[in-house]
Design a binder for this molecule. Structure first.
Ligand code: FAD
Length: 232
């Protein structure tokens, strides 16, 4: 089984950006995500300006802003990186050796092992999606949120705060809200992205700070630069 230098959980806007940058610099990266159909999938078309040189910028085509086409271009670019292994799995908990995180357990069975683990799970921790009368366990429309990872993090003592995001109604799509949990600000160190409770564990994106797609991309790049520095 591969052991990655960096394993990123969640191929959304922050996780995919970080993985792309790290892999382009020769780091062996695993990018594990719950569904390959939602890799860097926007709900509304992303709007420039984007971080310079980012995956977000490269995947954007002003002549074809359709969310599905944007997702397909981003996925193609990720899959073209030889140091990057993009694969579908759902993380259900952290694997520990003492106080050090050495990988994640997956719902599918095989563990994913790494020297450093990044949680980039967006609005999927404890998520409730509300649309009119309908309420379901989903981090985004049509994307289920499973309780296992959150339960594991709670059992390890992590604290969370409640957050909410919303999508306005458009002529072709319904509006909806998502209530979710983000790490408590005291759990996370902004400068190093570390979740300080354990060694080798980092978090990026909406699970630690709010912002739009461009900020998530910026944060993904910033995390990659920090990890490149740590890896020497
Ligand atoms: P995401 O892009 O959500 O990616 C997280 C990924 O992690 C997902 O692919 C998910 O499948 C995966 N994942 C989660 N748990 C696991 C697990 N246990 N195992 C494996 N994979 C897992 N910003 C905008 O600029 N424009 C918008 O229109 C916009 N709409 C938003 C709507 C809502 C409802 C919310 C909550 C936020 C919105 N935002 C929007 C803000 C933010 O920019 C986006 O949510 C952005 O997608 C967050 O990036 P991220 O990388 O943190 O998470």
């Amino acid at each position: 089984m591969d052991r990655y230098q960096v394993l990123i959980v969640g191929a959304g806007f922050s996780g995919a950006e970080a993985a792309f940058r790290l892999a382009s610099q020769g780091v062996r990266v695993g990018l594990l995500t719950q569904s390959l159909d939602s890799v860097m999938m926007p709900f509304l078309p992303p709007k420039p300006p984007f971080p310079k040189g980012s995956l977000l910028e490269r995947a954007y085509d002003p002549k074809d802003p359709r969310p599905w086409a944007f997702h397909a271009r981003a996925k193609y670019l990720l899959e073209g990186e030889r140091n990057l292994h993009l694969f579908q799995a759902t993380a259900t908990g952290l694997l520990l050796e003492g106080e050090r995180v050495v990988g994640v357990r997956t719902w599918e069975g095989p563990p994913a092992l790494a020297d450093k683990v990044v949680l980039a799970v967006g609005s999927f921790l404890g998520a409730r999606l509300l649309m009119g009368e309908v309420e379901e366990e989903a981090g985004r429309l049509s994307e289920a949120s499973y309780p296992d990872l959150l339960e594991n993090l709670l059992s390890l003592g992590f604290r969370f705060v409640e957050r909410e995001g919303s999508v306005p109604e458009t002529p072709s799509t319904p509006g909806y809200r998502v209530r979710y949990l983000a790490f408590h600000p005291e759990e996370w160190e902004e400068g190093t992205f570390r979740l300080k409770r354990l060694e080798g564990l980092y978090a990026v994106g909406l699970c630690v700070r709010e912002g739009d797609y461009a900020l998530m991309g910026e944060e993904g790049k910033r995390l990659a630069e920090h990890l490149l520095h740590e890896l020497g």
